[in-house]
Design a protein around this ligand. Structure first.
Ligand code: SAM
Length: 208
């Protein structure tokens, strides 16, 4: 489904960022939201980090504060043009997440925020395999995305958000056990950490 607002939010960065800021109030603000998946993660200045589906650099801007070795990947050339302007400290690659132009074991950390809910189930499996491939053994995959709320008070807000901005793939993600998918791909995974009444999940997987 989704409404015209979805297209507009991708066309106009101020709209996308405004909506993100509003939605992030549920976890204490944009800065906190952007760093939820980075908590307790060791990133040094030479850690090789991939921001997968980086968009216009919304989380890349935080990653470059920790590492001088950040690459953003996205399939949208418009988003990458904006990312290069917004966060010039990172390198950027235009490619599909399910077929990344990187060598095996190239990254220490792969991060992705608010992107996996845009993938069809088969595509999601391919992407997780690619993430596993491009991480070095012991490397970490950390993600933040939607989750079925555990607190019923958060259901109407999430449903309204999905109706306005999301497509069927986001509803599918709510029915997907992402942790289990990561385990099936070969990652060692802890229980997801839930935020905003359970409507957001942070999952971390370690490549074996
Ligand atoms: C909702 S935005 C998230 C952007 C950013 N990570 C954030 O946290 O705001 C999803 C991004 O995923 C990108 N994307 C969607 N499918 C993709 C694919 N198959 N490969 C690479 N990027 C993809 C879109 O171009 C878009 O920039």
């Amino acid at each position: 489904m989704a409404t015209i607002l979805r297209d507009w939010s991708y066309r106009y960065q101020w709209l996308y960022d405004g909506i993100s800021r509003l939605a992030a109030l549920s976890v204490g603000g944009e800065g906190r939201f952007r760093q939820l998946a980075l908590q307790n993660l060791t990133i040094n200045s030479d850690t090789k980090v991939l921001d997968l589906c980086c968009g216009s650099g919304q989380t890349t801007q935080f990653l470059v504060k920790y590492s001088q070795n950040v690459t953003g990947l996205d399939a949208s050339s418009l988003s990458l043009t904006r990312a290069k302007q917004n966060v010039p400290q990172a390198d950027y690659v235009e490619a599909f997440a399910e077929d990344m132009p990187f060598a095996d074991g190239e990254f220490d950390v792969v991060h992705t925020s608010a992107a996996l809910h845009e993938m069809e189930p088969e595509q999601l499996q391919k992407i997780l395999k690619e993430v596993y491939r491009v991480l070095r053994p012991g490397g970490v995959f950390t993600l933040v995305d939607f989750h079925q709320p555990t607190n019923p008070l958060f259901v109407p807000g999430l449903w309204l958000f999905f109706w306005l901005f999301e497509t069927e793939t986001a509803w599918k993600l709510l029915r997907t056990d992402l942790g289990e998918l990561l385990r099936e791909t070969g990652f060692q995974v802890d229980e997801p950490r839930l935020y905003a009444g359970g409507s957001l999940q942070v999952i971390r997987g370690v490549r074996e």
